[in-house]
Write a protein that binds this ligand. Structure first.
Ligand code: G3H
Ligand code: 13P
Ligand code: ZN
Length: 333
């Protein structure tokens, strides 16, 4: 049993309370490799932004949970080396799907876990979430839960209200489970294809898709029921069209990729939404940089010569999100 406190990590409790109070959101960036982690830490340290490092099931399978945990421990020391005296770094399990996975992360030194039982019937979601909370809280590890189902790429995001979180359930759910934050469904979804073209309008000049707005009315109702309670948005990549263009111009094929407009995320950050999950945008930044180099310099075969620029592009993206979308800069001085 390793306590995250010995590793210099923090849980989300205090940073969420400050973010809700201050009207900004904490970035939750997924990481799978060293370059992503370096870019996240460089951006957060330079901007003194609290940050959540997220480890998904895919990341655990790809890179190994233990190795990722040691990388996060190294990240704290790296942040200090970069001049960030008091780094506020959370190591978070993203979309934990069982009690055992959550427990293993708590035992390994994660400071926060998500139990995603949102696809289970309500009572089972409550029971499993409570079991994780009861375990995690013994070690002061914070727990994110989820109510409502994020629309999949194939679902009718704009029209199927039933996918959204039901505001009438949130008081019962949070009081019965004791969870520390709640991920809700208001129209965001995972990946680079968040809406089907027929759900969007198309800008006549650029041909770029303009997605339907998020269900801010549902968010407002939830906030009224749970004043000041930390709310989380998954699936919040914006799918920057400049990256999609670079990818498509350099041999890629991402037709009609579309995300959540940044303006809407800025609005959400000012509300009780205090954690915004971003993964796909970083994948796009990395892929765009690498594709461009492969196309322009076909003789290049030193990975540092394409992973280095990819890292720089991701850092630029993370800094942009922190300053211009979430407003979390200078909140961890
Ligand atoms: O929640 C989804 C994240 O983007 C992680 O995805 O399981 O492919 O790493 P992944
Ligand atoms: P995106 O696919 O929109 O980046 O969402 C990531 C996420 O929600 C991770 O949990
Ligand atoms: Zn997610």
């Amino acid at each position: 049993m390793i306590s995250y406190k010995e590793l210099g990590l923090v849980n989300t409790r205090e940073m969420f309370a400050k973010a809700v109070e201050g009207g900004y959101a904490i970035p939750a960036f997924n990481f799978n490799n060293m370059e992503q982690l370096q870019a996240i830490i460089q951006a957060s340290a330079e901007l003194k932004s609290p940050v959540i490092l997220q480890v998904s099931k895919g990341a655990r399978n790809y890179a190994n949970q233990t190795l990722l945990r040691y990388m996060a421990e190294g990240a704290v020391e790296y942040a200090k080396e970069l001049g960030w005296e008091h780094p506020q770094i959370v190591l978070h399990l993203d979309h934990g799907d069982s009690f055992e996975v959550c427990k293993s992360c708590v035992d390994l030194g994660f400071s926060s876990v998500m139990i995603d039982a949102s696809s289970l019937p309500y009572d089972e979601n409550v029971a499993l979430t409570k079991k994780v909370v009861d375990y995690a809280h013994q070690f002061d590890v914070t727990v994110e839960a989820e109510l409502g189902v994020l629309a999949g790429v194939e679902d009718e995001v704009a029209s199927e209200e039933s996918h959204y979180t039901r505001p009438e359930e949130v008081i019962d759910f949070t009081s019965k489970t004791g969870c520390d934050s709640l991920a809700i469904s208001i129209g965001t979804s995972h990946g680079a294809y968040k809406f089907k073209p027929e759900q969007c309008t198309r800008d006549p000049k650029s041909g770029i898709l303009i997605p339907p707005p998020l269900a801010f009315d549902v968010l407002e109702e939830i906030e009224k029921k749970l004043p000041g309670f930390p709310i989380v948005l998954h699936g919040s990549s914006s799918v920057p069209q400049e990256y999609v263009k670079i990818i498509n111009e350099n041999g890629g094929k991402l037709p009609d990729a579309v995300g959540i407009p940044e303006e809407q995320l800025r609005m959400a950050s000012k509300s009780a939404v205090c954690k915004i999950n971003i993964d796909s945008d970083s994948r796009l930044a990395m892929t765009a940089a690498i594709r461009k180099i492969f196309n322009e310099k076909p003789g290049e075969f030193d990975p540092r010569k394409y992973l280095g620029p990819a890292r720089d592009e991701m850092k630029k993206l993370y800094m942009h999100k922190i300053v211009n979308v979430l407003g979390s800069d200078n909140k961890a001085l």
